[in-house]
Ligand binder design. Sequence first.
Ligand SMILES: Cc1ncc(COP(=O)(O)O)c(C=O)c1O
Length: 334
Amino acid sequence: MIQPRHAYFGGRLVPYGEARVGVLTHALNYGTAVFAGLRAFWNAEEEELFVFRPLDHFRRFLESAKLLGMRLPETAEGLAASLTELLRAELYREDCYIRPLAFYADETVGVRLHDLTPQVSMVAFPYGRYVPNEEDVHATISSWRRVDDNMIPARGKIAGAYVNSAFAKSDAQRAGFDEAIVLDAGGHVSEGSAANFFLVKDGALVTPPVTENILEGITRRTVLELARREMNLPAIERSIDRSEIYLADEAFLCGTGIQLAAITRVDHRPIGTGRIGPVASDLRRLYFDVVRGKRPEYRSWCAPVYSGKSDLARPEEAPAEIAATAGKPFRLAR
Ligand SMILES: Cc1ncc(COP(=O)(O)O)c(C=O)c1O
């Protein structure tokens, strides 16, 4: 992974090496942090970097923080503005991943969520695929069960809860699979290790409802909207039994990291034909056009970083005030 040059840390941009915490930090010891994961997509024709649905991501980020009782002064709009500053400082001209984090920063001992001080950080770095074979994923049904809303709410991106995802992912990969499908305590399909689940059956999309201990994915919301609007495909949110997966025509995972990945086999059973199907293929094509800002009707989801001034993206041609900040700390202009 390429290390970023800058970080948003303590309300300003600093060199990445200065964004550090001590080993007693509460969040590091007890998982008391929440995070987000966004992508920015490089559009070569327009020489523009587009952040996909930043306000939706930051709103969920703030809701996750609220679940942990964090009182953050930031707004979704303010965080989006800070992200633009960060990306402009990095001068990326390629696809990237963005990681905002809100964590309890106190260097203290004691398991709790109250009387603690949250801090926000954000970094961005070049990033490609999360799984190498997005069109041919072999998944397994995990023996781990999804954390329940009354244990650690899955609708928040709570750092500590990701140990649950890590168990599922590592066991799947060590057993030779690409991904895990995780069931809830009642045995219904919840989601992947870090992605939402869909199946296609008899011309309809089916996905677990938000009450099935899933993260309410922004890609999931995007897929539901694109399927209904662009493909005239009915989309049903309901509980899914494990054996329905085996009998599905198609299945796929979606999320900011994994993007839209076709599941072609589950525990060595072929799904449908055992190859990527027409619905997943069409949705993938549509999705990649939309996120790169190539579909005018969805352009409002894509926030341009360089505001059409493509020369800002070239370090050697960057205006003096932008170039001067590269690699140096400076306060964010808000
Ligand atoms: C557990 C989990 N489910 C689903 C998703 C997909 O969410 P989104 O599409 O908002 O990235 C993620 C990804 O961040 C995740 O971690």
